[in-house]
Every structure is written in C-alpha cells, then in structure tokens.
Design a protein around this ligand. Structure first.
Ligand SMILES: *Cc1c(COP(=O)(O)O)cnc(C)c1O
Length: 366
C-alpha cells in the first residue's frame, strides 16, 4: 500500500453526523451560525489567544488580515521569508504590497532576525515571518525589532496549530497570526483558517472583510469579499478539536521513531527540538548532505517513490525562485536556497504505523 506524506485526521462518520444533525433541523448552513460560534469559542480556549476570527481558508484569512491591519499603503513593503508555502507571498502581492525576502536560520528554518533590520526602509509596513514545520520564529527578537521601527508583525502560523512557547499559545505573539485548517494540516476543518489577534478593533474589520463589508441590516460600510467558514466545516472542526491530544501524541510517537532510527546517522540533519516549545509534530524534515551521507535528497526521494512512499520536497523551490516571482525579486537568500534543495519532509500522520516508519527508514538507509 502506498504511503503518502500526510493523511487527513477524521472523526468517525457517526460522530460527524451527530455534530451536523442540528443543521438539518435549523437549516442554518452558514453566515456565522451557532456551530461556527461554538467552534470559535472552543478554539479561543484551545489556542490560548485573546481574539479569533474564522475564515474559509488560511490564505484568505492572511490576505484579509493584511487589510484589517491597515497595511495596504501604496508602495508598501513587507519583510517576509522565501522559505514558505507560496500562499504567504501571494497574500502580500495580491494586496499590491511588495515582498522583501529575508534569509532564514540554518538551524530551525525560520526568518533570521539578525538580517531583518538591513531590509527595513521608509516603505516597510510590516514583518510577516512563518513558523516553519511548527518550529517557532524568534518571537522576542522580532517583537523588539518591530517595536523599534513601529512595524506590525503578522505570523503565518499555518504549521503551528497547538504549538506553545513558554506555556503560551503561539497565536498570542505579534499583532496577528494566521492558522490554516486545510485537510493536510495537523488540525483540519476540511478547508478553513483563522486569524488570532489582540486588538479588539480588528474583530469588526475582519468580520466586514469576510462578509462583503456588510454592517447591520441595512448598510455596507466597506468593500469586503466573502470568506466565511460554513457550519459543516465548523462541525468538522468541533469533532477534530476533541481528537487533538490523541492526534499529536500519535505524531510524537512517529517522530520519536524517526529520530531513533535516523538521529545518529552522519550527513542527516534532523529538526532539533526548540527550548520552551511544545511542538505539534506537524512535519518531519530531514536535511540530506550527500557529501557525508552518500545520497542526495533527490536520490532518496526517488528511491522512496519507487517503493510507493511519497515524501515531499517542502519547500522547494524557494518562493523567490518560482516562475511568478523570480524575475521580479532577487534570489539573494542563500540559506533558503540551500535548505530548499536539501530538505525532504517524511510521511507523518496520526495513523502511520511504526512498522511503516521502520520501512521508510530502511529505504533511506539502504
Ligand atoms: C497551508 C499553508 C497556507 C495556506 O493555508 P490554506 O488554508 O491552505 O489556504 C499558508 N501558509 C503556509 C505556510 C501553509 O502551509
């Protein structure tokens, strides 16, 4: 049987049916209904954040967060990372802002705070770092830089659902954080996402943005779009939220087995646990140094594929090397380039059997 890089966590059919049963009585399908509201309250608690707004997906949430924070100024620049899923950069670009790529740290793959200040100009409006693989950014250093230059900070926390730092929810840092609830993420609502934030005034703005700018019954205050999370997806969220502990525990066991098998192998660089961080084990990245290990990332990828095992070159290529961006922006982020060409994320999901982890390791080491 083939092994994919991930497999969506799901409740039992019966449990989901119980959760959506009230919808067939109320006929309330969407527009911030009762299930949406209940799901939102539970998420605020689970994530340990002060405010939350739910969205149809993480990408629209990020696009609209940039708007709600008032960052869309003509010629505005946003300092971000090229080592991310293309959605991060698209959210900036689709708001007519210019992404300015800051290189990453070689140890945890997040934005290198030591390289941010050299990129700040009078046009800079915000910093948009990414918590890569569930590794968190240096939130303290980034906050200090942002304060010194009066910049907003929005985190792309799509990989960091349920991650805590010093006992605090990771969505509690910065001006806003985007979570993705896409089917492939640690926690899913099929498609879905959220913005976590502190400033209560963003609540109305995000609400308007995702609901056509409608305010009250008879007026429209702004030119919003449509990015509402519906009741069926919120119901999926309620079910999956109950299963988070089981899901993360199972992922931890898979991660521990990989580490046991691959940890001492010369030429393989594993993801190191970060101090004071409770991980969600969202991904299991391995950096392959061919000179020492003997096989390149691409060779290992191909060998696994031959055995019907699908690891992922993630993120590859770096965003500033993609067709839609490479002619517009410089490729002066050597560490992001290096990591993107050497890293492979191995299959990890709740139901992945440890025997399968062993089989994957056998192929890698074979
Ligand atoms: C998944 C992801 C997104 C987009 O989220 P969607 O819910 O799929 O729209 C953005 N950034 C990163 C880093 C992601 O992994």
């Amino acid at each position: 049987m083939s092994i994919m890089v991930t497999r969506s966590s799901m409740p039992s059919l019966e449990e989901y049916i119980e959760e959506i049963r009230p919808i067939f009585e109320s006929h309330i399908l969407t527009n911030m209904g009762p299930i949406y509201k209940r799901f939102q309250r539970q998420l605020v608690e689970y994530l340990g954040v002060s405010e939350l707004s739910l969205f149809v997906n993480g990408h629209m949430a990020l696009e609209m967060a940039i708007q709600a924070l008032g960052l869309c100024r003509e010629g505005g620049e946003v300092i971000t990372t090229p080592f991310t899923f293309v959605s991060t950069t698209h959210a900036i670009s689709r708001n007519d802002l210019k992404p300015v790529f800051c290189d990453i740290k070689p140890d945890d793959y997040t934005m290198d705070p030591a390289k941010i200040e050299a990129l700040i100009t009078e046009k800079t409006v915000a910093i948009l770092p990414v918590h890569v693989y569930g590794n968190i950014c240096d939130v303290e250093a980034i906050e200090e830089i942002a304060k010194r230059h009066s910049l907003k900070v929005i985190y792309d926390a799509a990989h960091a659902f349920g991650v805590t730092y010093k006992g605090k929810g990771i969505g509690d840092f910065g001006d806003a954080s985007m979570f993705s609830f896409h089917a492939t993420k640690v926690f899913n609502t099929i498609e879905g996402g959220a913005i976590a934030f502190h400033n209560i005034s963003y609540q109305d703005q995000l609400h308007e943005l995702k609901n056509f700018g409608i305010h009250g019954q008879e007026d429209v205050l702004s030119i919003g779009g449509n990015a509402k999370l519906d009741e069926f997806r919120a119901a999926m969220g309620l079910c999956n939220l109950r299963r988070m502990k089981v899901c993360i525990d199972a992922r931890r066991k898979v991660a521990d087995r990989y580490t046991e098998r691959l940890g001492a192998i010369p030429g393989l660089r594993l993801n190191r646990p970060q101090k004071d961080v409770a991980s969600n084990y969202a991904y299991y990245p391995v950096y392959f140094d061919k000179n020492v290990f003997g096989k390149s990332r691409d060779e290992v990828f191909a060998e696994l594929k031959k055995q019907d095992i699908y690891a992922r070159k993630y993120f590859y290529p770096a965003v500033n090397e993609l067709s839609c961006y490479r002619d517009k922006y410089p490729q002066n982020t050597p560490i992001a380039h290096d990591v993107s060409t050497h890293i492979l994320t191995l299959p990890i999901y709740e139901e992945l059997a440890l025997e399968d982890v062993d089989r994957i390791c056998d192929v890698i080491l074979g």
